[in-house]
Design a protein around this ligand. Structure first.
Ligand code: ATP
Length: 215
């Protein structure tokens, strides 16, 4: 994101890719304007929050007209640096890592997995989803300096050791899919996604906080 837009609250910034994806779909279907209610139903964010989010970048919709799709889209494209491709690497080509390599992030985001690492000799040197798998032993040599974002899908027991190596090589962002809680310097951002915990939490909420069924 561009530095002059850094004053947008973090919670708003987190929702921007969500808005962007939906607006792209609207644009592709030829829609010119959208109301905050329509947006709200589609992205499941309440319309007051959407109006407040949009007010940070001056996109105040007119009553009875809504928001101009093209205006919002070009704003988001610039804010989210959608014209710049961000190259990413992945460490750990197991079940989850393999799925990510096959999943084309590029379709929805301007991020692309460029290289992957593993320690399994059966995987090293192969190509998964068009991405070459390198030996983690050669990490410091193969790692491209411009890649500062890494997806971590290794066993939890080795996650910290690998994170230390990533950080030493200049990685600034780690998307951690392992259950391990990583310790990194303040200058490095870790987003932690523990799928097992997420699933468990959904089941717990369904059981203890059931939502009202429609009449
Ligand atoms: P997943 O957790 O993705 O379902 P899995 O059950 O297939 O994976 P795991 O044992 O979790 O396998 O390992 C994930 C991947 O991480 C495997 O491809 C494994 O070879 C790799 N791996 C294991 N140890 C390391 C390490 N120290 N460095 C890099 N990769 C590793």
């Amino acid at each position: 994101m561009k530095s002059e837009q850094m004053k947008i609250p973090q919670a708003t910034a987190k929702r921007l890719p969500l808005y962007y994806r939906f607006l792209e779909n609207l644009h592709a279907s030829g829609k010119q304007r959208v109301s905050s209610t329509e947006l709200s139903e589609a992205v499941k964010v309440d319309s007051a929050t959407i109006r407040r989010d949009f007010s940070y970048f001056g996109a105040l919709g007119k009553k009875g007209y809504g928001y101009n799709v093209n205006y919002l889209l070009s704003f988001f494209r610039e804010t989210l640096d959608q014209d710049d491709l961000t190259k990413v690497m992945l460490v750990g080509v197991g079940n989850l890592g393999t799925a990510f390599l096959h999943y084309n992030f590029f379709k929805n985001n301007n991020t692309q997995i460029e290289m992957a690492f593993d320690v399994d000799p059966d995987k090293i040197g192969t190509d998964v989803g068009g991405v070459e798998i390198y030996d983690l032993d050669d990490f410091e040599e193969k790692h491209m300096k411009e890649i500062t974002v890494a997806i971590l899908t290794v066993p939890a027991t080795v996650a910290q050791k690998i994170a230390d190596r990533l950080v030493a090589a200049g990685v600034k962002g780690i998307l951690n899919f392992t259950p391990a809680r990583l310790t990194v310097p303040d200058s490095v951002r870790v987003h932690h996604i523990d799928l097992a915990v997420e699933l468990q939490s959904l089941v717990y909420f369904l059981k203890h906080y059931p939502l009202d069924s429609p009449q």
